[in-house]
Design a protein around this ligand. Structure first.
Ligand code: SAH
Length: 341
């Protein structure tokens, strides 16, 4: 599964992020920064607060992982215009593997006066205080599935059948009970359990980087706060769920994030809340009110709609979670309410 996902998304010639206009109304899916400028602006406020709490280090790295169209960064930097010292001290890094996406980001961020440093790998972040943001980045990192078969959990692979179609296959290797969440014995045959060593490795790397250099990371994505069972593999094309096996390289492939598993690999404090709690604590309603104050009814409607989409419990508000990693002594805003689902 992990190899299939990697090939479909990241092949340098045929990979989805290399060849497709993925994000936005004319693409395959909409992300929070594309819904409203308020999303990136509030994350900007968070970054500035973290930088202040770190003692205003200069220089420091502001890094975004998987920046998509560059919209979040554009909005984040609009907030930073209110803090010129932050902008002066900032070393801007975008971690992006797709050359096509880098071009889009360069165009969106054309007016940024500081140099933009693109890199493909996270492990080459400069050794200085670092503030990291990532929205819907971890979900495109490959994962693995295990399927319960005759009381054992076997890895799920992908095979080609007689008609040249991709199909699920059950592999010989299995996963030990110590890796499984509680209740695995009670799960029926056919039940699915997912892990993502690649996502855990990324979080561990970020955690180490922050521990060594000081800093904080904000990771936003859809998923669950407790490890559990279930198949969350999904393919998205033209704003619809499609069959991941008939759309190789032409659809976005993702799975839900297991935030409990990610929390276990961190050595320092990590916190998770819902997108709704986070955005409202950061001032979503106040910012919407401010933008709407002198606006006409159409803009006000648009703002209301954006607030509902970003923070509504039946929309992105509770499925999406916000995870924060930070070095000792910081008190990140937006995590005031303990959330336990
Ligand atoms: N954060 C953006 C885009 C999310 S889509 C938004 O919220 O709109 C995922 C992004 O991650 C794309 O920019 C994609 O090209 C990039 N990406 C995918 N795999 C990556 C990898 N292994 N390393 C770095 N970037 C990657």
């Amino acid at each position: 599964m992990a190899d299939y996902m990697h090939l479909c998304l990241a092949d340098p010639q045929y990979g989805y992020y290399q060849t497709k206009n993925a994000i936005g109304t004319s693409g395959d899916f909409i992300t929070a920064p594309e819904i409203s400028q308020m999303f990136g602006e509030l994350i900007g406020v968070w970054c500035i607060d973290m930088w202040n709490q770190l003692g205003k280090p200069a220089p420091f790295t502001l890094a975004e992982l998987g920046p998509g169209k560059g919209t979040l960064m554009q909005d984040l930097l609009r907030s930073a215009n209110l803090a010129p010292d932050f902008l002066n001290a900032m070393n801007l890094v975008l971690v992006e593997t797709s050359t096509a996406m880098r071009k889009t980001q360069a165009a969106t961020l054309a007016k940024v006066t500081k140099p933009i440093h693109w890199q493909s790998e996270i492990n080459t972040l400069p050794a200085q205080p670092t503030i990291i943001v990532a929205n819907e980045f971890l979900d495109v990192i490959p994962f693995r599935q295990y399927v319960k078969t005759e009381k054992k959990w076997h890895e799920r692979g992908i095979a080609v059948d007689g008609q040249q179609n991709f199909v699920n296959a059950t592999l010989a290797n299995s996963i030990g009970p110590e890796m499984l969440p509680e209740g695995s014995d009670d799960e029926p045959d056919g039940s699915i359990f997912e892990i993502s060593p690649a996502r855990e490795a990324i979080v561990e790397m970020l955690d180490n980087h922050i521990a060594t250099n000081q800093g904080a990371a904000l990771l936003i994505d859809y998923g669950h706060t407790k490890s559990g069972f279930g198949d969350t593999f999904q393919a998205m094309q033209d704003h619809r769920y499609v069959d991941p096996f008939t759309t190789a390289g032409r659809a976005d492939l993702t799975s839900h994030i297991d935030f409990e598993a990610l929390g276990k690999v961190t050595s320092q404090t990590s916190m998770v809340t819902t997108q709704s709690e986070f955005l409202i604590a950061m001032g979503l309603l106040e910012r919407a009110g401010q933008l709407g104050a002198d606006a006409g009814p159409i803009t006000r409607d648009t703002l209301q709609h954006a607030v509902d989409r970003l923070a509504g419990a039946d929309q992105m508000g509770s499925l999406f979670k916000v995870m924060c990693l930070h070095s000792n002594g910081l008190n990140p805003p937006g995590f005031g309410v303990n959330f336990d689902e």
